[in-house]
Design a protein around this ligand. Sequence first.
Ligand code: AMP
Ligand code: ZN
Length: 472
Amino acid sequence: MAFDLTVTYSPKSVQKAKMSKIKLHNSKVRKKEIFEPIDPSNVRIYLCGPTVYDRAHLGNARNVILFDVLFRFFREIYGDNNVKYVRNFTDIDDKINQRAKDLGREIQVITDETIAWYLEDMSLLGNLLPNEMPRATDYVAKMIKIIEDLVQSGHAYEAEGHVLFSVKSFEDYGKLSGRSIEDMIAGARVEIAPYKADPLDFVLWKPSSNDLPGWQSPWGRGRPGWHLECSAMSHDLLGDTFDIHGGGNDLIFPHHENELAQSKCCFPSGGFANFWLHNEMLQVDGKKMSKSLGNFFTVRDLIDKGFPGEVIRFVFLSTHYRKPMDWTQEKANQADTIMRRWYDKCRDIKNATKPSSEATELLSDDLNTPGVIALLHKHFQNKNFVQLKADANLIGLMTPEFNDWSVNFDLSKFETALTEVRSEAMATRNFGRLDDLKEKLSDAGVEVQMTKDNIKLIPTLKFDLAKLEHIL
Ligand code: AMP
Ligand code: ZN
């Protein structure tokens, strides 16, 4: 076979040469490291996706938005066709089984419906589809093969119809999370069971009773443990070493620790993920938003209340992904006002230019999205609207995915009325009617911007069309 030694210098690679190196915080070493892809023509990233039994809560959107920014950034740097983004759907899980039982519905009806909701909600937040969205149910044969190999190589053992991974057989176990054995035993989601040789050993396969979903296997009818699917899918779709693996930092232990142990033991020549990217949690009153604590609201709740998806995205991007954050109405109001101002100047710009080097530099420094937003403000102040749009596009704002929610209301007749009332007030030095009109507009959720020669009305999140209609 002949080797192709030609090197093509596309504009993208020229730009890359000029750019500073990309630095990302790698949880594996707990610091920022220079990121170099294994293969710049095939950059591979994997995000642990949702367990599909119910609507996504707002916290679940955080890493989807983060990975969407990473995906867009990498496509910009390495080329649209040179980045492969995989995000799975966990459609085998005891919570799903329980849900089906509670509702008296078929499991697959629930998982299909939840997947459709999820894709719709994430799309409303401006996220591109990953290249691959594998489902656990399509990977059971591959999972069984991995377990067989692990048993054969002495990393797993069968006990009472279960197959368990032997944690002691992998000397690096605990390194990713940096936890001691005692901490891991005390930690969340470690199940003590009589058939385990060691309390830290985790389930690769477990038996299913007839009323539960199950697959035939060398260990009888059963189903896989949760961690195994990501090892199977990432290997199948991205190979035994890939660039970046991510998820919320609540997944580092045990989920990612266990994925890593399985994959390294089953595919010892590979390195699994070179970089581990973990986002901090969305919080409510200092506590992680979660289904189990009950302190959650869904993405759909917010959309139904009238928050535009783009405003929700803006709020997320305003905090760096490694900082905990809260959702507040105040942040949403601010984001809404800012986006409307920007759209007012940028709506008609059809062909945005390339992102600025300042914007790509900011993302090169561990995905500094708050920095990019500050840069967008600077572009606005400098009236550099073309660059504002291009740099906003880089982080997935003002993209064609959003269908211009900010132009639903034509307020020009109110602007004309206000202009007349103001002229009259200036002439008569009687400001009563003007103040009254301004107050009514503000009460209807409209921001009034007045300069000497111009009046501009901008709807805010509190915008109330019904109130507005009765003003004139
Ligand atoms: P789950 O369905 O709970 O397994 O979570 C799906 C994804 O959402 C995982 O990557 C979690 O890390 C992430 N996640 C769950 N809760 C939060 C939260 N409050 N803030 C940020 N990410 C979260
Ligand atoms: Zn996973």
